[in-house]
Ligand binder design. Structure first.
Ligand code: ADP
Ligand code: MG
Length: 251
């Protein structure tokens, strides 16, 4: 496990603490007994089969889904229980290729109240450029959003999620719809962002091959937390094998 900037003691450095979380939708108990700590500067990967409750857990953290239990946040110099600023990259939003909306238009809509048809002010365009620079995407500014490749779209959404800079960055399956080369590029970028801004990252993924290299902690869920630990511990566990019917270590 990588050494964390704030140390690894939960008392002084824990960023996000989820305690006894349960989510019920109608009569269906989607999640139960979820206990999880995400430390400052950590990359945590949330894995599990389809329908395991990964997106539901993210929505609970975002405050978009009612839950029982406690979600609290603390960081050095910050008052206990104040909620963090969260940057969120949703799962594969789709845009119409024929839609004339450009990346600059999208930024304008998200970052200012000025009507999109008036175009971006010079200041806003500069700010948009600065945000895109964080994800090495300056060349995307005038591209139509609907024509971006999967990897390019993820970078644009990531740039939006990083403004203003969050304490925690949450991404729901950022690697799906991105080719293998793009996946490595995106993970390298997330790693760079994590270090540069010292923020925590929580992401869901089905791409287990990259966990060893990039994740500090892996959490396997299927309606409840089945296993959490280092990539090695989780990918080689009986729980992982049982859920995915595959041998650990080779993923
Ligand atoms: P995952 O992201 O791990 O694939 P989800 O969190 O999307 O899983 O879904 C977990 C379970 O919750 C699924 O059985 C899904 O059908 C159910 N679920 C999610 N959202 C709703 C909803 N709004 N209404 C009813 N059931 C839902
Ligand atoms: Mg999901």
């Amino acid at each position: 496990m990588r050494k964390l900037k704030h140390g690894d003691s939960c008392d002084s450095s824990c960023c996000l603490k989820i305690q006894n979380l349960a989510v019920t939708i109608g009569s269906d108990r989607i999640l139960r007994d979820v206990n999880l700590h995400i430390h400052c500067g950590q990359m945590v990967a949330l894995i599990g089969p389809n329908g395991a409750g990964k997106s539901t857990l993210i929505k609970a953290i975002l405050g978009q889904r009612e839950y029982d239990g406690l979600i609290t946040f603390s960081a050095p110099g910050m008052r206990h229980r104040k909620m963090p600023r969260i940057g969120y990259v949703p799962q594969s939003p789709s845009f119409d290729p024929g839609d004339p909306v450009t990346v600059a238009d999208l930024f304008g809509c998200c970052q200012s109240k000025r009507p999109a048809f008036l175009g971006l002010s010079r200041d806003m365009r500069e700010k948009c450029m600065e945000c895109l620079e964080r994800v090495h995407g300056e060349d995307l500014i005038d591209k139509r959003v609907g024509t971006l490749s999967g990897g390019e779209l993820q970078r644009v959404l990531l740039a939006l999620a990083l403004e203003p800079l969050p304490n925690i960055l949450i991404l729901d399956e950022p690697l799906s719809g991105v080719d293998v080369e793009g996946q490595t590029g995106l993970m390298d970028m997330l790693d760079e962002i994590r270090k540069r801004f010292d923020l925590s990252i929580l992401m869901t993924t089905h791409d287990f091959g990259m966990l060893h290299q990039y994740a500090d902690k892996v959490v396997l869920i299927d309606r409840a937390v089945l296993k959490k630990g280092t990539p090695e511990e989780v990918l080689k566990s009986d729980e992982f094998r049982r859920i995915f019917h595959r041998r650990g270590g080779n993923v």
